[in-house]
Ligand binder design. Sequence first.
Ligand code: TXA
Ligand code: MG
Length: 343
Amino acid sequence: METKIVRIIDTTEYGNKLEEAAAIILRGGLVVFPTETVYGLGGNALLDGAAKSIYAAKGRPSDNPLIIHVAHPEDADKYAHTSELYYALAKAFMPGPLTVIMPKRECIPKSVTGGLDSVAVRCPSHPIAHALIDACGVPIAAPSANISGRPSPTSAKYVEEDMTGRVDMIIDGGECEIGLESTIVKIEGNSLTLLRPGAITYDALCCVCENVQIAPAVLNQLAENEKPLSPGMKYRHYAPNASFVLIDGDENAALEFFKNEQKNGSAVLCYDEELSSLDPSLSISIGARDDLGAQAKRLFSALREADKLGAHTIYAHLPNLDGLGLALYNRMIRAAAHTIKKI
Ligand code: TXA
Ligand code: MG
């Protein structure tokens, strides 16, 4: 398949570029588009066949459900059984990086939800994503636009690496602002379960809902045969080709460890402050030590770039769990397949 690449530099100037993209989606084709979190691999969420094409393009198991993207929070009513709690979340966080799981309505095909009776709904804030969904007039089903198991793409060049020849169009809207996928919560009555942490933090959710539980799989490895609350939790994720190991311990000791390992050819994802002490040809900074926003934005691109250094092992600090740290921790332990070395 030939993939058309469309660059939109000025996000207020779409011209007829999005009309063509919307026509592709409406006839069942696939368009990759930018969101504020990561790039999405979009198809018409009301067409059974579009979901199947998405699974095929990503190489994703079809029991792992897709998020449907809407232009306005109230559009969720057409596709899901919403509640007061949904509207409280929408008022606080939408449009933005929050996905809410609710019982689905009939019009959403089971192929989109991986056979489940629930559907995940998100209303992105990125102007191109918003305009594209609006132009389609249907919800857009979109997983992250990476080949299944690879780090989610945060700029079009990584989308092109994974998706050229697999989709009809890629819209290049520059770098994604947040860099980690949306926070996912499931509504059950008056309580919320946090299934995937993101830029909407646990503390922020607690300001809207009194009862927020963190699903065990957010922090820990699933036991063998354990059924996850979200099918995506059971798959290896975000993984570079090299083995990725997280270092838990005093930061000075970690820096000494990194220096030694670089002598053996290992690569390191470090903080800005550490760059001058490390081998520049084997180091990639993910941001200043205390700048979790920068670290979130750079993590996935750093994992992809670290792989290109050709090292057999990549090391990084184990992040702490505060604020956005929980989202970083969640992605990093998955990328590392839970390999943590205490020093
Ligand atoms: O930021 C994001 O959320 C990005 C952008 C493109 O919007 N999308 C994204 O989609 O990260 P994806 O498919 O890579 O991750 C969605 C996760 C999967 O782990 C899936 O298992 C889970 O959401 N999920 C979707 N629907 C669900 C449902 N009905 N019940 C439980 N988990 C669900
Ligand atoms: Mg994904």
